[in-house]
Design a protein around this ligand. Structure first.
Ligand code: SF4
Ligand code: SF4
Length: 422
């Protein structure tokens, strides 16, 4: 709409404290409408329990430069969604609903506590109930429901990695006695080849340290935290109740997991469903035992470390992984610019693990590719991780960015086992 000249107030000349101000410098305007919009789209979002804070945004834009999806060319972040809602988009059916990885970097800087970690699952839950879900995610929900894991692998094969790798791992239903540590293996370490490498390494470390532990084997089912954040609340609750039942059956006081997503579910969500078990990430568990680890080899690697969002920002563990890495003889550690609180997301959280195809239409590069480029810039030989999603994501990204042969991806457990010569 053109400016109404009658609303302009200006003088040919004004003298302020001896300074002459011409018309362009003393121009004022009468009150004008700056935002005039239909609030229906915003109201539909903020009326959902958990999504109220979307309406609290005062558009300071702090969240935009830290959003990993925005950094990968995705035109994203809470402030951008807020503005689109003002313009009337229906977030319940819009692709923007599925781009957020729930990495929490925006909440870290937001002065108004606009909380995407609650907003996204709340709206997604409604969309899932309406059947508005990207196909690849729907497929994962169905596989999890049917097989107990997002890959659609047989539940009966969940403990096959133990025999396959020839490691001695006690299985709870066979040993029939309480243990100090109930190791919740989770899906990727149980089924994915590179996940199994990390699981094998951790089993060897636990055996060498003489830890009294056991795994749930074929009784264990996916923790379902990412499915919950992607909107499948019903599936999450059903699986959580199943796993909590096992924690009770085996009287587990401490559950240890390799997966920060499982850690998050068991620490913050399972207690709401009656769980009393303490849960710990394997890096937090192992860090106080560094003195007992007998390192036999010096690993002359230059490494950098990727903080998993759900271990670091979400659950405050930044030090234990670093203590373990730095304890390994010979290792030279270099931090990436975006580390610890400011760590960059690998793209796998909040359902992103299963949305690479969908996201390829919305970003210029995968988030994992952006991160791998940053790791390569440090001159590191190895990108060290401690989340089972990351090994496969980053190894794919190493290939797709043309960095094969320059950068390896390894779990902390693999490096520890190598240095202990296990
Ligand atoms: S940081 Fe918070 S208040 Fe500021 S624009 Fe982003 S969501 Fe809005
Ligand atoms: S949680 Fe992460 S991905 Fe989602 S909007 Fe915030 S910064 Fe972006």
């Amino acid at each position: 709409m053109p400016l109404d000249k009658k609303q302009i107030i200006e003088f040919d000349n004004v003298n302020v404290e001896g300074i002459d101000l011409g018309p362009q410098w003393n121009r004022m305007f009468e009150q004008r409408v700056i935002f005039d919009y239909d609030t229906d789209a915003m109201d539909k979002v903020t009326s959902i329990e958990g999504a109220e804070s979307m309406g609290w945004c005062y558009q300071c834009t702090q969240c935009i430069p830290v959003c990993p999806v925005n950094q990968a060319g995705g035109e994203y972040g809470p402030r951008k969604i807020f503005r689109k809602l003002q313009q009337g988009i229906d977030l319940f059916t819009n692709d923007d609903l599925w781009k957020c990885t729930t990495c929490m970097n925006c909440l870290r800087v937001c002065p108004k506590e606009v909380d995407m970690i609650k907003i996204m699952p709340a709206i997604r839950e409604e969309s899932v109930l309406e059947g508005n879900v990207p196909d690849e995610l729907q497929e994962v929900f169905e596989k999890t429901f049917e097989y107990g894991n997002p890959m659609g692998e047989s539940q009966r094969k969940r403990a096959d990695w133990v025999k396959e790798r020839g490691v001695d791992v006690p299985i709870m239903k066979e040993i029939k006695r309480p243990v100090d540590i109930l190791w919740f293996v989770e899906c990727y370490p149980a089924y994915h080849n590179r996940g199994k490498d990390a699981a094998e390494a951790l089993a060897k470390i636990l055996n060498t340290l003489d830890i009294d532990y056991g795994i749930l084997g074929t009784e264990e089912k996916c923790s379902c935290d990412s499915q919950r954040l992607a909107g499948e609340t019903g599936l999450f609750e059903e699986f959580a109740e199943h796993n909590i039942g096992l924690f009770r059956k085996y009287k587990a006081k401490t559950v240890m997991t390799m997966d920060p997503h499982a850690l998050n579910a068991m620490k913050h969500e399972y207690p709401k469903l009656g769980s009393k078990s303490k849960v710990i990430h394997y890096t937090t568990y192992l860090a106080p035992m560094i003195e007992k680890m007998q390192f036999k080899k010096s690993l002359d690697y230059k490494v950098t470390f990727h903080d998993p969002c759900y271990l670091g920002r979400h659950n405050g563990e930044f030090e234990a992984p670093r203590q373990l890495i730095e304890a390994i003889p010979g290792i030279q550690m270099t931090e990436m610019g975006r580390c610890k609180q400011q760590s960059y997301c690998c793209g796998g959280g909040g359902g992103g693990m299963w949305l690479d195809g969908f996201m390829s239409d919305h970003v210029n590069e995968r988030l994992s590719e952006n991160r791998v480029r940053e790791a390569v810039e440090t001159g590191a030989d190895i990108l060290v991780v401690c989340c089972p999603y990351e090994v496969s994501r980053f190894e794919d990204a190493v290939k797709s960015t043309g960095n094969e042969g320059k950068l390896l991806v390894k779990d902390i457990s693999e490096l520890l086992a190598e240095a202990m010569d296990l």
